[in-house]
Design a protein around this ligand. Sequence first.
Ligand code: E4P
Length: 214
Amino acid sequence: MKLFLDTANPDEIREANSWGILDGVTTNPTHLSKEGRPFLELIQEICSIVEGPVSVEAVSTECEGLVEEARQLAQISPNIVVKIPTIKEGIKALKILKAEGIATNATLIFSPLQALLVAKAGATYCSPFVGRLDYVGHEGLELVRQIKQIYDNYGFPTQIIVAAVRHPVHVLHAALMGAHVTTLRFDILEMLFSHPLTDTGLAQFLADWEKVPK
Ligand code: E4P
């Protein structure tokens, strides 16, 4: 499973990239707003750090505007993936962008039928927001399971990005289900490295090493 960082913070991206396990980045307007930097300059910097896909959101709500924004975003760097909202106008845009060879990420997916539609329209990625569903009493991961089954049933090449991840167990189940990608915050990515038994085990081995005659 690929791991993307869900952020627009270049320091976090640089740090995670140095760990050798980062496959890409997803941004959104909320992440960008937190950085307080000019949009283009920030996206260019992010694209220069990671080799993998960098999702950037188009903000129009009409097909024509989305397509035009996507064409401009795609020119920033070859690793740009354009996030398209999963609305009727967005789904129309996905079809056009597929024909133009522009990579897309259908965002704000909350139902398996939305995922079916974006796959039919040729989305490169689809992003179910699992944590946001959990917060309203629906099982976000169940949505991922259903999308995976639909895509497997019909051989859709659209890749599932498990998004709005809230804790490591979301990541675990995404991997067990065979999701293609999980995108996660920096703090959650860091949590994946840790286990208290690793820390105490290492401390014990290092202490015992001191007792070994050299
Ligand atoms: C995914 O691409 C989104 O940027 C993201 O996961 C949104 O999640 P949130 O609910 O943490 O804002």
